[in-house]
Write a protein that binds this ligand. Sequence first.
Ligand code: FES
Ligand code: FES
Length: 164
Amino acid sequence: MIEITLEVNGETRRLSVESRRLLADVLRQEFNLSGVHIGCAHGACGCCTVHLDGKPRLSCLTFAAQCDGKSVRTVESVGGVGADHPLQKAFRSEHGLQCGYCTPGFIMTLIPFVEEMTAERRMPDEEEIREAMSGNICRCTGYQGIVEAVRKVIGENLEEGAQA
Ligand code: FES
Ligand code: FES
């Protein structure tokens, strides 16, 4: 067993983990974060994406022991009841989800992309958006609604910046 310290959605905890234990399992079982979805469990679907020190990371391919001293954010830290993140709102309005199983992973993958484009003050073309989410699989939507959701939020952010 290995002693690690994890900061998860603002809560710091010390815990003891087996060296082979996956971050996805620790988040779901020790922190009750069921928004970390497991689809393929081998790095192909993106459902389990979380942020590790601010960067998207597949938690099914990450050992918890590798995360000692690091900060983890899951979809539970994004928005809240009645206070969805703009990207979550756009997924709803643009029909970017159906069953929703893939959605936490897409949201965690795309938030840094939206922030990057907003900081660069530019609207990416469709190819760039599809490339940004190419590690995430959705079996329901056909992806177009997700592309539209990303465009909508970046468009709103650019408009807001232009007015400021
Ligand atoms: S469950 Fe991690 S990539 Fe599919
Ligand atoms: S909404 Fe069902 S898998 Fe994406």
